[in-house]
Design a protein around this ligand. Structure first.
Ligand code: MG
Ligand code: MG
Length: 269
């Protein structure tokens, strides 16, 4: 069942989204050769604590509970990488995915950063993945069903010569980080028939394309969490939490607008 949120609830979710945005600014400051992925996670974790936010990724159930505030995935790692002693190198790409709740409402967002200068095809992969997320948000204003957005997302990625990961999809988000509906970045006849949903005011979803430079296929590593490309080629991941309002799509994890500030009681409607 898809939960539709009132304008007041969406305003509360914006508070969480702003804190997620702020956490990504803390992470971005540390992305450079020589930093470890654990350094980035620690900065985000401390930021959430300062904001009185709950780090949602910690303890997510799996074969072992997820141990960190961020998923940090480097190069051929697609998603769900565990932060640790790995040292970032010039030319790497690093995906940081994190989420928190504030006052019981959740936000979730991801960015892939180049570490220094990356190869031209990798730069194009990052631009394509950020571009397909932007396209999806734009289309949410003008399409009626998710299947139409997802079809155009897959075409955009294909036209750039890359492949959409199909093993992982976006999701509804609200009181919990993962709610109905499932939000794929590609469309199948079965999705259109059985799982499609209407883009209507009150819908809040995390849209999160994962795009591989080579094959779409992924496999899980021995840590039971990290998903990696089977061909060892790089992958990118961008995500925003997006609400549909009467005025159109509203990116809840976007930077503060004029007059908005992160944290405390300020931005409550
Ligand atoms: Mg995420
Ligand atoms: Mg997500």
């Amino acid at each position: 069942m898809v939960n539709l949120r009132s304008p007041r609830e969406i305003a509360l979710m914006r508070r969480a989204g702003l804190v997620v945005w702020g956490a990504h600014q803390e992470a971005a400051k540390l992305v450079r050769p020589g930093a470890t992925t654990a350094d980035i996670d620690a900065a985000v974790d401390a930021y959430f604590a300062r904001q009185g936010a709950v780090a949602l990724f910690k303890g997510v159930p799996g074969k072992t509970p997820f141990p960190a505030a961020c998923c940090i995935s480097v190069n051929d790692e697609v998603v769900h990488g565990i932060p640790g002693p790995r040292v970032l190198q010039e030319g790497d790409v690093v995906s940081v995915d994190t989420g928190c709740s504030v006052g019981g409402w959740c936000g979730d967002s991801a960015y892939t950063h180049p570490v220094g200068t990356v190869a031209p095809d990798v730069r194009r992969l990052l631009d394509c993945t950020a571009g397909v997320l932007a396209l999806a948000i734009q289309l949410m204003a003008v399409r009626e069903r998710w299947s139409d957005v997802a079809t155009e997302m897959a075409k955009y990625v294909r036209d750039h010569g890359f492949s959409v990961v199909e093993n992982f999809v976006g999701h509804g988000i609200g009181r919990s980080m993962h709610e109905d509906p499932q939000v794929p970045n590609f469309c199948t006849p079965a999705f259109r028939r059985n799982h499609d949903f209407t883009l209507e005011p009150g819908l809040v979803i995390a849209v999160e394309p994962m795009v591989n430079l080579g094959s779409k296929k992924v496999r899980v590593l021995a840590d039971h969490w990290t998903q990696s490309t089977v061909d060892g080629k790089p992958s990118a991941h961008f995500e925003h939490t997006v609400a549909i309002t009467d005025e159109g799509p509203l990116v809840l994890t976007a930077p503060p607008a004029q007059g908005e500030s992160v944290g405390a009681a300020e931005s409550v409607a």
